[in-house]
Design a protein. Structure first.
Length: 134
């Protein structure tokens, strides 16, 4: 069905758009509204992080229950003319910044539809164009 993940990733979606950079900007904006910031981008791969909540820290129990980060690792690839497949997986980074203790764990697929909806929203925004200025 439309909007369903096409892979074993937490989320994946095809974008019909001529510019990968426009797709990335749209995704970055949707994720940014949910507290994620760009950590790294190399061509068709990029990483967005958000600080973990208190609940995340308790659940994932980093060193002393602190420094937990939720990380989305995204990748895109062309699958046709002006057609890109974007996929991502979500990880929890325990004890971010603690050189010897930092540990990354892939999250289970429990919130797959929530993650999928982020890509659906990014694609929708591309298709309808920018919102008018207030």
């Amino acid at each position: 069905s439309v909007g369903e993940p096409e892979s074993a990733s937490h989320a994946s979606l095809r974008f019909t758009w001529p510019s990968l950079q426009d797709i990335q900007r749209s995704i970055d904006k949707v994720f940014g509204e949910r507290g994620f910031t760009l950590e790294n981008r190399t061509g068709e791969q990029w990483v967005l992080d958000r600080p973990g909540t208190t609940g995340d820290a308790i659940k994932w129990g980093g060193l002393e229950g602190k420094n937990v980060v939720i990380r989305a690792k995204l990748k895109s690839r062309p699958v046709g003319p002006s057609l890109y497949l974007v996929e991502f997986d979500v990880f929890v980074d325990h004890d971010k910044g603690q050189r010897f203790f930092e540990e990354e764990t892939r999250l289970m697929m429990l919130k797959r539809s929530e993650y999928q909806n982020l890509l659906v929203e990014a694609r929708r925004r591309l298709e309808v164009g920018p919102e008018p200025a207030p």
